[in-house]
Design a protein around this ligand. Structure first.
Ligand code: ZN
Length: 323
């Protein structure tokens, strides 16, 4: 039995909406699923891909050939597009889109086909425009799922041709169902994303977080931060910087929460990191929240290829001198 819907945790409202569209035969030819990474958007898309191709049931039987092949992601009915990971800045190229669209136009095919586009916001403009033509004049019995972080990163023309559906981060209870037995602070700190949760709780993740906290302390207390170049070497490493931003966000939110609840914050932070927590607990929550907003922006800029060193220099100028 491999009915994918049965394995999905969370997203109940979205699933109900999707099921009702499916049962009322009002399924649109293209969906754009938006929301953070690693919360299950792709799993939901595959579960409904199964329903679209199943030969036995409107809501997928899980047992027929097409259902089983979708579950293994080895199905001729399932065409996938994703950014070319070998590139320095991975994008989905127009050639890849054309290849998929060409195979869709083969008339010999019978049955439904599903096109799943991971990180669809990484289509370059040419690729997006090529796809757009197909979305405007869709093939019969072909269904698209575009996945991406948020609607803002898509051309309005693409959005207007898709039914949009936004997905929320997983709640702690759902995280616990998916990955049971981890420390409570990690569930709280994961921002509802399984990839972050795993990163936070790995040995490497814990070591990195210590580094992140040491760096946060330097950020707040080093009056010669811009002159001291030592941090620049680390910050140039994008993955280090993104892990750092994530850790900083978590500690900042924990501080604000602890201030609001007048708690020590120990439930949100691992014991080994609580000493760093103590050092910034007296900064005003207003300051902390504005830095947190900036960090979210910084994360997006760095993912979009901004120079991380410049981002941190700006951030220090604007936010480090806290009173
Ligand atoms: Zn089936």
């Amino acid at each position: 039995m491999a009915r994918l819907l049965d394995f999905i945790v969370g997203h109940q409202k979205n699933i109900e909406k999707l099921l009702s569209l499916k049962l009322q035969k009002r399924w649109p030819h293209a969906f754009l699923f938006t929301g953070p990474n690693a919360i299950g958007k792709r799993k939901v898309a595959l579960a409904f891909a199964q329903m679209l191709v199943c030969e036995q049931s409107e809501t997928a039987c899980g047992d027929c050939g097409p259902c089983l092949r979708i579950a293994k992601e080895q199905s001729e009915n399932l065409l996938r597009l994703a950014p070319d990971a070998s590139m320095a800045k991975p994008v989905i190229k127009v050639e890849a889109v054309r290849e998929v669209l060409d195979s869709l136009s083969l008339s010999s095919w019978s049955g439904a086909r599903v096109v799943l586009i991971d990180e669809a916001h990484r289509m370059n403009p040419q690729a997006a425009n090529t796809l757009l033509k197909t979305l405007e004049e869709p093939f019969e019995n072909v269904y698209f799922f575009l996945l991406g972080p948020d609607g803002q990163q898509f051309l309005p023309t693409i959005k207007s041709r898709c039914q949009m559906m936004s997905f929320q981060p997983l709640v702690v209870a759902d995280l616990k169902k998916i990955k049971p037995g981890l420390a409570d602070w990690a569930y709280q700190a994961s921002r509802g994303q399984i990839d972050r949760l795993m990163q936070l709780t790995s040995a490497d993740g814990i070591e990195r977080r210590t580094e992140s906290f040491v760096f946060l302390e330097q950020f707040f207390s080093d009056t010669e931060f811009l002159q001291n170049g030592n941090w620049r070497v680390n910050v140039k490493d994008k993955s280090w910087t993104l892990a750092t931003i994530s850790a900083w966000l978590q500690i900042l939110y924990s501080v604000v929460l602890a201030q609001a609840e007048q708690k020590s914050g120990s439930s949100l932070i691992s014991i080994e990191h609580s000493k760093y927590f103590a050092k910034i607990k007296d900064i005003s929550s207003e300051k902390i929240l504005s830095l947190a907003d900036y960090l979210i922006e910084a994360e997006r800029d760095i993912l979009g290829n901004a120079d991380p060193v410049l981002v941190f220099e700006n951030m220090w100028v604007n936010y480090a001198r806290v009173d």
